[in-house]
Design a protein around this ligand. Sequence first.
Ligand code: PTJ
Length: 253
Amino acid sequence: MKLPKSHPRYESLRARDLIAKGIKEGITSIHGLMAHGRGEAFDYLLGEKTSKTAKKSIESAAALLSSARYPVVSVNGNAAALVPAELARLSGLLNAPLEVNIFHQSKKREIKIKNHLKRYGAKNILLPSKNHKIKFLESNRKYANPDGILKADVVFVPLEDGDRAEALIKNGKKVVTIDLNPLSRTSKKATIAIVDNITRAIPLLIKQLQKFRELRLSKKQLEIIYKHHNNKKRLNESIKLIRKSEYMPQNLP
Ligand code: PTJ
């Protein structure tokens, strides 16, 4: 679809187009449409902009990811359709593998996601192995790569389902997520949840990682930044923003 940039809902329509294209190309699951719609609803209430509290979470996440021993970025069908180039950039900056890990099982789709990421410049891409499982998990996401998620100390899992975030934590890993829903189990279980749209949050995360790199912060300094993060407090700040939204009935003019 040809969209004029001047359209007031340009960004939202562009994202819808990417998801629809992802489905046509066999990258995104049909269920991804519902997940995207839910995200859109929360984004609407959050004013479709990155809040101050989300910016603070992005800074904490960048500190945690920069100081990780072995960070891994998990990629599903929605993330691959929306931000493939940014995921490739993130992988390069962190020197971290992108691990394709999808909820709705399909070997064919895993390979298509891998090839799609490659086309956008990703170099280090892993697929889950049927011989290796994450403990405390029953869904398809239990399968993981021994050189990826299984080995990671910090796992970045944007647009996640709650089960895996919880299982990864139980496996002793730290979890960073991006989720527009501050009430989701993923947001609550994660070490750091960024309540923002993945299309806005990943470019900001990349900028923050570059800034830390230029500043040459030590591991200790980065640790001080991320240990300051209070996930519950940040989620409550996002919930407050939603309550104050101009679209809430009590706030209508
Ligand atoms: O490719 P697969 O098979 O792994 O499937 C991926 C989806 C996303 C379909 C699957 O993981 C799923 O069903 O996820 P959920 O449980 O619906 O959770 C997705 C979460 O992401 C929801 O809380 C949404 O609000 C949120 N979300 C959706 N779109 C965005 C988003 N958060 C940030 N940015 C978005 N663009």
